[in-house]
Design a protein around this ligand. Structure first.
Ligand SMILES: NC(=O)c1ccc[n+]([C@@H]2O[C@H](COP(=O)([O-])OP(=O)(O)OC[C@H]3O[C@@H](n4cnc5c(N)ncnc54)[C@H](OP(=O)(O)O)[C@@H]3O)[C@@H](O)[C@H]2O)c1
Length: 208
C-alpha cells in the first residue's frame, strides 16, 4: 500500500503517520522540515518538505511519489478575527492550507484503482460563528470541491471521503488559546478516520 499524508507535521497528521507505521510505503509532506524529518525517521517514512500553495512543488511531489492507494489531506489553518479586522494575507493563508492545496493535490495526484482519499472538514454549524468567516467559508468550499471531484474522479476508481470532525486537541487551536474541554484526542480522531477509509465501500461523508 502506498500512502501519502499531506499536513504530516500537524497534530492529526502525526497521529495518522504513527497509526499507519509498518502498513506500507509511507510518504509524509509538511512545511516544517525538521519536524517532518524526525517523524519520517520515527515511522520509517519518506519526508517531503513542501508549501501547498506552490503548484510546482505539489506537482513534483505527486510525480515523485507515483500512483497512490491512500491519500489523506490533513493540512489546514485557522484564524479568528472579525471580517473588518481580517488582513487579506491571513484570509489567503487559510484558503491556501485548506482549499487551494486540496485542489492542487486533486489536480496532480494519480491513484491506483480502488484508492481512497480522505479530507478533513468541519461541522458547518460549529464553525459559522463570528470571527470564523475564513474558516467557515473554506470548509464549505472544501465540501463543494469534493462533491464535484468525486464525480470527475469516479472513472479512475478513487473514493473521496469527507470527514466532518469535532474539536480535536492539536496545535490548530494554539492561536485560539488552546483546545476546548472535551476535545477528541488526535489518536481517537485517527481511529475513526482510518476505520472509515478502510470500509468497503468507504462512505462519501463521515461525521465523527
Ligand atoms: N483540530 C481540530 O479541532 C479540527 C477540527 C475540524 C477539522 N480539522 C481539520 O483537520 C486538519 C488537520 O488539523 P490539525 O488539527 O492536525 O492542525 P495542525 O496541527 O495545525 O496541522 C496543520 C498542518 O497543516 C500544514 N500546513 C498548513 N499550511 C500549510 C501550507 N501552506 N503548506 C503546507 N502545509 C501546510 C502544517 O504544516 P507545518 O506544521 O509543517 O507548518 C501542519 O502539518 C485541518 O484541515 C483542520 O482544519 C481540525
Amino acid at each position: 500500500m502506498r500512502v501519502l499524508i499531506l499536513g504530516g507535521t500537524g497534530g492529526i497528521g502525526q497521529a495518522l503517520a504513527r497509526a499507519l507505521r509498518g502498513q506500507g510505503e509511507l510518504h509524509l509532506a509538511g512545511r516544517r522540515r525538521e519536524a517532518l524529518l524526525a517523524l519520517a525517521a520515527e515511522v520509517g517514512g519518506r519526508a517531503y518538505p513542501l508549501e501547498l500553495g506552490d503548484e510546482l512543488e505539489v506537482q513534483a511531489l505527486l510525480e515523485e511519489v507515483g500512483p497512490l492507494d491512500l491519500l489523506i489531506y490533513a493540512a489546514g489553518a485557522v484564524v479568528r478575527k472579525p471580517l473588518r479586522e481580517l488582513p487579506r494575507s491571513e484570509w489567503e493563508e487559510v484558503f491556501t492550507a485548506n482549499l487551494t492545496g486540496a485542489y492542487l493535490v486533486l489536480k496532480h495526484a494519480r491513484f491506483r484503482p480502488g484508492a481512497r482519499a480522505g479530507f478533513l472538514g468541519a461541522y458547518p454549524d460549529y464553525v459559522a460563528h463570528p470571527g470564523f468567516a475564513a474558516y467557515a467559508a473554506v470548509k464549505a468550499g472544501l465540501e463543494a470541491l469534493l462533491k464535484v471531484a468525486a464525480k470527475e474522479l469516479r472513472r479512475e476508481g478513487v473514493h473521496l471521503v469527507l470527514f466532518r470532525l469535532p474539536a480535536v486537541a492539536t496545535g490548530l487551536w494554539t492561536p485560539l488559546g488552546g483546545p476546548p474541554k472535551g476535545a477528541l484526542s488526535p489518536e481517537g480522531a485517527v481511529r475513526r478516520i482510518l476505520e472509515a477509509l478502510k470500509a468497503e465501500p468507504p462512505p462519501a461523508l463521515v461525521e465523527v
